[in-house]
Design a protein around this ligand. Structure first.
Ligand SMILES: NC(=O)c1ccc[n+]([C@@H]2O[C@H](COP(=O)([O-])OP(=O)(O)OC[C@H]3O[C@@H](n4cnc5c(N)ncnc54)[C@H](O)[C@@H]3O)[C@@H](O)[C@H]2O)c1
Length: 307
């Protein structure tokens, strides 16, 4: 019987399905102990991770029997894909399985921030009655800029249009057929950030996108946009983001992902109740429903792979 190691949380029904076919070692906290994973990985033919387990050279050098890595999510930046390719290890993301969850997070955050809900809530909770202190705005008629028009970008586009927003995108890799199908304007990067009222990031983290949104980019934003990052932390320079907010270059932000996770104390010390923001612990793609979909998908792929 093939052996499979699962180092982060997975839906228990999917694990039961896998137990009928494989010898499973499931420990949802094992990702915290890199040394232990490296010590035992040579026994395993399959590995299932989320984004916390670092599938790096040290681990892969010891993974003598590993043939399949299932990723319970989509970003693959915690997996050394070059080494996996050389070692002929199949890497399987759960493409699209948590896209609805992320898209809902983006729309929810946009509405929350454009209407200043956190600020109003904080003041009202203090016993104040701030009916005129903050002006709420509507999503209808706003320009919703999407950096990246892949699986999640497309879902956000559909939802944003339902609210009457105009959707524009920067993604040099999408085809004219897709552009036509979604009826969106594709713009150059500088133009997009200049005209967007809401700017939501849906890019992979790579050499091109690392630190893409920095103080210089914030300075080009003319509409004081709401910034939403549910992709990968290092795409936005977090120090510059706070500076841009304080200088009123942007009017709010939602961050679900951070350069360092859990987020560093230095960062959240800078977040006080006067800032129009939402910060969440990398949960945009994690819902009850998406956990089932992602886990089922990877379990099926693993079974088919070894069949
Ligand atoms: N917060 C969460 O819980 C969560 C959940 C799922 C996905 N994510 C992250 O969301 C991001 C988007 O995921 P997805 O499934 O939509 O990915 P995707 O691969 O389907 O789409 C990414 C898009 O970005 C475009 N792109 C790539 N490089 C680019 C560049 N340099 N400039 C402009 N466009 C570029 C691609 O052409 C593609 O259309 C990823 O970073 C993923 O890791 C986060």
């Amino acid at each position: 019987m093939k052996k499979v190691l699962i180092t982060e949380f997975m839906n228990l029904n999917s694990i039961s399905t896998l137990k009928k076919k494989f010898k499973i070692n499931y420990d949802k906290n094992l990702w915290k102990d890199e040394k232990k994973i490296s010590n035992i990985i040579s026994e395993y033919n399959g590995l299932i991770v989320r984004n916390k387990t670092q599938v790096n050279k040290i681990l892969l050098d010891k993974a003598k029997n590993l043939k399949f890595i299932g990723r319970l999510g989509v970003g693959l930046d915690n997996i050394n894909l070059n080494i996996c390719k050389k070692l002929k290890i199949h890497v399987q993301p759960a493409t699209g399985m948590n896209a609805d969850a992320v898209a809902e997070y983006v729309i929810g955050s946009s509405l929350h921030l454009i209407k200043n809900i956190s600020l109003l809530h904080n003041e009202t909770k203090k016993g104040l009655w701030p009916r005129t202190s903050f002006t709420s705005r509507e999503l209808k008629g706003k320009i919703f800029g999407l950096l990246g028009f892949g699986t999640i970008g497309k879902k956000v586009c559909r939802l944003a249009k339902n609210f009457g927003a105009e959707v524009v995108s920067f993604d040099p890799y999408i085809s004219p057929t897709v552009q036509k199908k979604f009826n969106i304007k594709l713009l150059k990067f500088n133009k997009l950030i200049k005209i967007s009222d809401i700017l939501s990031i849906h890019l992979p983290l790579n050499n091109e996108t690392l630190n893409l949104i920095n103080f210089k980019t914030f300075s080009l934003m003319k509409k004081k946009p709401i910034i939403i990052n549910s992709s990968r932390g290092s795409i936005i320079n977090e120090t510059d983001l706070i500076k841009a907010y304080k200088k009123k270059l942007i009017s709010g932000f939602a961050l679900d992902v951070f350069k360092k996770e859990p987020v560093s104390k230095d960062f959240y010390k800078k977040i006080d109740s006067s800032i129009n923001c939402i910060i969440t612990p990398h949960i945009a793609g994690v819902t009850y429903e998406s956990n089932i979909k992602v886990s089922d998908f990877i379990a099926k792929k693993l079974i088919n792979f070894f069949n």
